[in-house]
Design a protein around this ligand. Structure first.
Ligand SMILES: *[C@@H]1O[C@H](CO)[C@@H](O)[C@H](O)[C@H]1NC(C)=O
Ligand SMILES: *[C@@H]1O[C@H](CO)[C@@H](O)[C@H](O)[C@H]1NC(C)=O
Ligand SMILES: *[C@@H]1O[C@H](CO)[C@@H](O)[C@H](O)[C@H]1NC(C)=O
Ligand SMILES: *[C@@H]1O[C@H](CO)[C@@H](O)[C@H](O)[C@H]1NC(C)=O
Length: 347
């Protein structure tokens, strides 16, 4: 894909703008917390309908800086207008209160430059999805397969959880789409995932039943465990009696799952944690399938381990209360006094 300069600077900025999606236990009203770090007034972003508030009162350190007007103009994102930078202290923390439970988000200076942050966004998810036994999931790619508009990301309000779906097309694939609404009746899993119709209504399939989908990548850095979420929906009206049935498998066959699609009914397949270099997944038609394999959307995560559990929230609260009472503003006291969830600036 040939990317223009504008698109490049956008993807660069997107990685600079730290975007946290913490999995918070969903209650009656799954909520958003959207903070524009360094902003002076609250505002609602027109395109997404998301209301951002300034970060004042959530942090007592750092300095507000303006980014270049050119960048803001090119990307048309108000959250990128200001940043909060942390030239002092090795650890600077935000205290957020989604429900009764405080969450501390800390920027840790790892010696590679001054940490900064553009925005901090928390989204409450249904607690039955995106689960891992320990640690948490870190998103690498979230692809909307088969869309024709290359730079048209899908997010809130199309996505109730404000996941950002980026258009992606495989060279070997044939693009297909439908305008028919999905059928999610009686399908609790797909109701929970709530992948937008706009994302699932486009897909790619391979040329023929005999050709496979191959997903292969070489993870950079330290070896990690990956989890892949595959989203499938039959969006073609198949000739009566003919099937679309395929298997999703890893190259070593340690993971293998069969899927048989019904018209407009979404199916989610979650891989087990896989590791290696490269990592390869195949989607192959089964012998009983007259139709090629299809893929509508896919998400790639790595599992990030937490070396130990955070300090009991009562302790954090007690220390924050002491800070407030005595007006202490010491960097060495910021965040969880015993352990921090470290937020590394991705520069
Ligand atoms: C950083 O520390 C210096 C020296 O103590 C102080 O003058 C300055 O205001 C601090 N800057 C920020 C952003 O806290
Ligand atoms: C759907 O397919 C048609 C025909 O190929 C194409 O013109 C249109 O842009 C596609 N729509 C989407 C959302 O990809
Ligand atoms: C949706 O699926 C259900 C159960 O498979 C089926 O009974 C119903 O007719 C479908 N609805 C539509 C609009 O196709
Ligand atoms: C599919 O058919 C081929 C050739 O008939 C056979 O070798 C292969 O084992 C079959 N695969 C499965 C999964 O049954």
């Amino acid at each position: 894909m040939g990317r223009s300069t504008t698109a490049f600077s956008f993807s660069l900025l997107a990685s600079l703008a730290l975007r946290f999606v913490l999995v918070v236990q969903a209650q009656q009203n799954p909520g958003f917390i959207s903070i524009d770090c360094g902003a002076t007034l609250p505002y609602t972003e027109e395109k997404t309908g998301i209301t951002y508030r300034p970060d004042e009162g959530l942090i007592d350190s750092g300095k507000i800086m303006q980014t270049s007007r050119m960048l803001t103009y090119q990307n048309n994102r108000q959250v990128l207008k200001n940043v909060r930078i942390f030239p002092n202290g090795t650890r600077n923390c935000y205290t957020l209160r989604p429900y009764q439970d405080d969450i501390q988000v800390c920027l840790v200076n790892t010696g590679k430059g001054v940490p900064f942050i553009s925005a901090l966004e928390l989204r409450a998810l249904d607690d039955g999805i995106y689960q891992v036994k320990s640690g948490f999931l870190q998103l690498h790619w979230r692809h909307d397969i088969g869309r024709t508009l290359e730079y048209d990301d899908v997010r809130h309000p199309d996505d109730a959880y404000d996941r950002i779906w980026t258009p992606q097309n495989y060279k070997f694939g044939v693009r297909i789409n439908t305008t028919s609404p999905l059928n999610v009746s009686g399908n609790s899993d797909t109701l929970k995932y709530q992948v937008p119709g706009k994302v699932l209504n486009t897909a790619q399939r391979t040329m023929s039943a005999g050709s496979r989908f191959e997903m292969k990548w070489t993870p950079s850095g330290t070896s990690k465990k990956w989890i892949v979420y595959f989203h499938f929906v039959e969006i073609e009206r198949l000739t009566s009696g003919l099937r679309r049935q395929f298997t999703i498998s890893t190259i070593d066959n340690n993971f293998r799952e069969s899927v048989s699609l019904e018209y407009l009914k979404p199916v989610v397949v979650v891989s087990p944690p896989v590791e290696g270099s490269p990592i390869t997944f195949f989607i192959d038609s089964t012998n009983k399938s007259e139709n090629p394999p299809i893929l509508n959307a896919v998400e790639f995560y790595t599992i990030v381990d937490l070396p130990n559990v955070p300090t009991a929230q009562d302790d954090v609260k007690a220390i924050n209360d002491i800070k407030a009472i005595y007006h202490i503003k010491r960097e060495s006291w910021q965040g969880d006094p015993c352990k921090v969830i470290r937020a590394h600036g991705m520069v």
